[in-house]
Design a protein around this ligand. Sequence first.
Ligand code: NAD
Length: 249
Amino acid sequence: MNELAGKKALILGVANERSIAWGIARELSQAGAHVILSYQNENLLKRVAPLAQEIGAELFLCDVLNSENLKALFAQLGELDILVHSIAYANTQSLSRPLHEVLRADFNLAFESSVFSLIELSHEAALLMKKGGSILTLSYIGADRVVPGYGLMGPVKAALECSVRYLAHELGPLGIRVNAISAGPLRTLSSAAFGQIKQAIKEVETHAPLRQNISTKDIGNLAVFLSSDKATMISGETIFVDSGLHIMS
Ligand code: NAD
């Protein structure tokens, strides 16, 4: 199927082959999209460059905490149809604390990296989405209910999902749809900092209706659908890809 043929996609958040962003990049590329990847810093380049090569993607540096960096990236893109924001950050020390002990600076850093980055990227992307477009971000069930050990990232993801709805409202008149994918737990570089990842995966395997954990391909498949013309009337949503775990109490 070539449902994304002729579409240009910018995907931020590939760190290595386990990254959710990489699963999305592979599926979008297979669906015919022209993919552009970004990497956060030079340390990650040696991991990301071979992946970009594998799908023939262009590769640009972008640290989302650096607005100059971000503007320089968008200045090189031309028109854009799809933006995928698969970025989150909180320092490890703040993740191991209960929420009420998190320091102001750590909260601000997590919020800026994981939520404001979507807002700023959406602003820049909208300027290039002349024929409308699709913006996607990644969330987790810790936004809706208490997941022990997820701490600071719970309120951060709740703010992310709320931002999706406001962005969808504001950008809808331009034909731009904004959605979040709430993914089940996966072992990645980021999730290693979440102390309970092993238990979270086990819970999906034993309690979710489908009794098996998801893969980055499952997330990529939904990203293809949401970015395609088959989803033209879907915006402001958070859609779960979690084997159905979210319906369980
Ligand atoms: P990952 O570590 O592979 O990806 C996180 C990415 O964020 C990395 O590529 C990192 O370079 C990037 N990043 C962080 N700060 C940045 C900055 N300042 N500038 C540019 N890039 C920056 O981990 P992942 O699990 O693939 O995470 C991707 C998204 O999926 C995150 O939003 C995460 O919260 C979400 N998510 C993950 C899981 C899971 O269990 N792994 C579940 C649900 C949602």
